[in-house]
Design a protein around this ligand. Structure first.
Ligand code: ATP
Length: 588
């Protein structure tokens, strides 16, 4: 291994160009600290590029101030803080600053340097991979002359079922400092050409959105009747552990062995080792592991610490957000003992509304309170007067449907509840000034939803940061400048995790997130979806649209039973998170 923070600093460090943007307001939770980035150990050329590319990022957030030095010193990090607290951004920044992994070889009297991949970042979906890459690209482009981006960062994902051939070829020719990928893509490459990944040379492995990528089974009360179901779920997981687990088992095989051996060591031996490692952080020789998410249930936490064997417990930093304070609620209507901490949801200026739809129309959920003016002020959102909408002299741009989509879907029956789609279209038209996100249930056809919304005159686009110009332009701009014709970006629960779309003011959620049952996963899914707004002091609205009619389940004998309305389920989710539903004024 050789160092080369300087090598990267060099490429990132030349004459940054300056761009102008405005500073967004901050909430307490994402307020900048008084600490300077320089104090965290980041090199000045990288900081110069950061400042030129992201003028709003002046001071680290509280959480960044804690974990960036830990990453730089080679510690393992378990990071949990609210959505939009700068976890992913701070990790990327720290990785850029790490010494470049390379080795020297002698041959024919000459020395040659081979560069290796320094950091591997695993993310749940390709759009998030492109977002992280875009941040790096933006910083790199601020240097004059800009270096070859592929030597700094690369994305390796499957795009729409295509093979990884091209990406793999680039990876072989130019190993990047930071490789961003999905676990499945890395696993496929590992099977095909493990050499290309150079796993033994890695310095850091990051698993972003770790609770999404590593599945664990909640620990239930063993005395209760649902124990059987838990055991069954655990067995299933053992048989099919998931790609991320398999991958980490390969990368950290040696550490697993070490941890296994150390299990029975006396405390004094462990203490001595910890002291030695504190003095000399690189003694372990294995890559550091950085795990991050806004939500981290206790069963995953336990698995990571007690069972996985991947972590170096002697050299580990746990960062837990301080805000909001956890509030524990007992699960209602259930015998389960799990308590939900209120945690993970950033943004004090977010309002949460639930709309119930039926043949009779659209109404707010019972108990919704009038929005407080402070929420609106914090949001700085322009609500549109419905009257003005219909009497407006400026015609909105006509929205046409893609002929291919029209040919595919015309005359076919819809998989969506038409009342719900109409409610979303109406709410969007009345309230969204610039950009909104619609999150569909994970298995829903996104293109079909786009087609239907466009038929209703909504400027809808599938959210696609790779090939979709719309999604990408909103990611890149981020200055809240707005558009002539407001845009609705359509996506699914599975592909919105971790995305940062600075212009976003509204999130629409169709149905119970990750439903139909309300569990810890459902609550977390809501937290992550809602967390796409209210980031870094910006306000936002989250509007969940559910059916008013109660769900009717069939019993074993075909009898109709189990009537729990989707509205009641949403009430439970919001109560669990200690959130008061706010009425969406247009449907009062
Ligand atoms: N120190 C900072 N000061 C101001 N803005 C920042 C700072 N750090 C990051 N940001 C901004 O925050 C956004 C990124 O947030 P990021 O996605 O890293 O949050 P996160 O905590 O990972 O959220 P999530 O849990 O939803 O994935 C970017 O728009 C970035 O410009």
């Amino acid at each position: 291994m050789s160092r080369s923070a300087e090598a990267l600093a060099e490429v990132l460090g030349q004459a940054p160009q300056v761009t102008k943007t405005t500073t967004p307001p901050r909430t307490a939770s994402t307020a900048p600290t008084k600490v300077a980035f320089e104090d965290l150990g980041l090199h000045s050329p990288i900081l110069a590029s950061l400042r030129a590319a992201f003028p709003n990022v002046k001071h680290p957030t509280e959480t960044q101030a804690k974990f960036i030095p830990a990453i730089l010193s080679g510690k393992d990090v378990l990071l949990k803080d609210e959505t939009g607290s700068g976890k992913s951004f701070g990790i990327v920044l720290a990785l850029l600053n790490k010494p470049r992994m390379s080795s020297q070889e002698k041959g024919g009297g000459k020395r040659s340097v081979t560069r290796h991949i320094t950091s591997l970042v695993l993310v749940p979906h390709r759009d998030l991979a492109h977002q992280l890459f875009h941040w790096i690209q933006r910083m790199v482009s601020m240097t004059q002359p800009p270096p070859d981006i592929s030597s700094v960062a690369q994305v390796l994902v499957r795009d729409g079922g295509t093979h990884l051939t091209q990406g793999l070829e680039t990876l072989r020719q130019t190993p990047p400092h930071v490789l961003i990928s999905t676990p499945q893509a890395i696993f496929d490459v590992y099977k095909e050409d493990p050499e290309a990944l150079q796993l033994p040379h890695l310095s850091s492995v990051v698993v972003d959105e770790v609770d999404y990528l590593i599945e664990t089974v909640p620990r239930k009360d063993p005395a209760r009747s649902f124990r059987k179901a838990t055991v069954k779920a655990q067995r299933k997981l053992l048989a099919h552990p998931g790609v991320t687990r398999q991958l980490l088992d390969v990368i950290f095989a040696k550490r697993k062995e070490i941890n296994e051996r150390r299990k029975d060591e006396p405390g004094a031996v462990q203490y001595r080792r910890r002291t030695e490692i504190a003095e000399n952080p690189y003694t372990d020789g294995l890559p550091q592991l950085i795990l991050s998410s806004a939500t981290l249930r206790s069963h995953l936490n336990n698995y990571l610490f007690e069972e996985s064997g991947w972590l170096n417990k002697d050299n580990l930093l746990k960062v837990k957000g301080t805000k909001p304070q956890p509030v524990l609620h007992e699960k209602q209507g259930s015998t389960a003992t799990e308590l939900y901490p209120l945690d993970g949801l950033g943004g004090t200026g977010i309002s949460h509304s639930v709309l119930l739809v039926s043949e009779d129309g659209i109404e707010n959920i019972a108990g919704a309170v009038a929005p407080s003016s402070s929420v609106f002020e914090a949001q700085n959102l322009q609500s549109i007067d419905p009257q003005a909408l219909f009497t407006s002299s400026t015609e909105p741009e006509p929205v046409e449907n893609d002929p291919e989509l029209a040919a595919k879907y015309e005359g076919t029956s819809t998989p969506f509840n038409p009342n719900a789609m109409e409610a979303i279209a109406t709410a969007f038209a009345l309230d969204v000034p610039s950009v909104a996100l619609l999150a569909l249930p994970s298995t829903s056809p996104v293109q079909r939803a786009v087609y239907e919304l466009r038929e209703m005159g909504i400027n809808a686009h599938a959210l696609d940061l790779l090939t979709g110009e719309k999604g990408r332009s909103h990611l890149m701009r981020g200055d809240g400048s707005g558009e002539e014709n407001p845009t609705l970006l359509v996506s699914t629960l599975a592909t919105t995790r971790g995305l940062d779309l600075p212009e976003l003011t509204h999130v629409f959620i169709l149905g119970i997130p990750d439903g139909p049952k309300v569990t810890g996963k459902t609550v977390d899914a809501y937290v992550h979806l809602a967390g796409r707004v209210g980031r870094f002091g910006r306000g936002g609205k989250v509007i969940t649209v559910v059916e008013k009619e109660a769900d009717v389940e069939e019993g074993e004998a075909g009898e109709r039973r189990g009537v729990v309305s989707q509205g009641s389920k949403m009430q439970r989710i919001l109560k669990t998170l200690n959130l008061q539903p706010v009425s969406f004024v247009h449907f009062d």
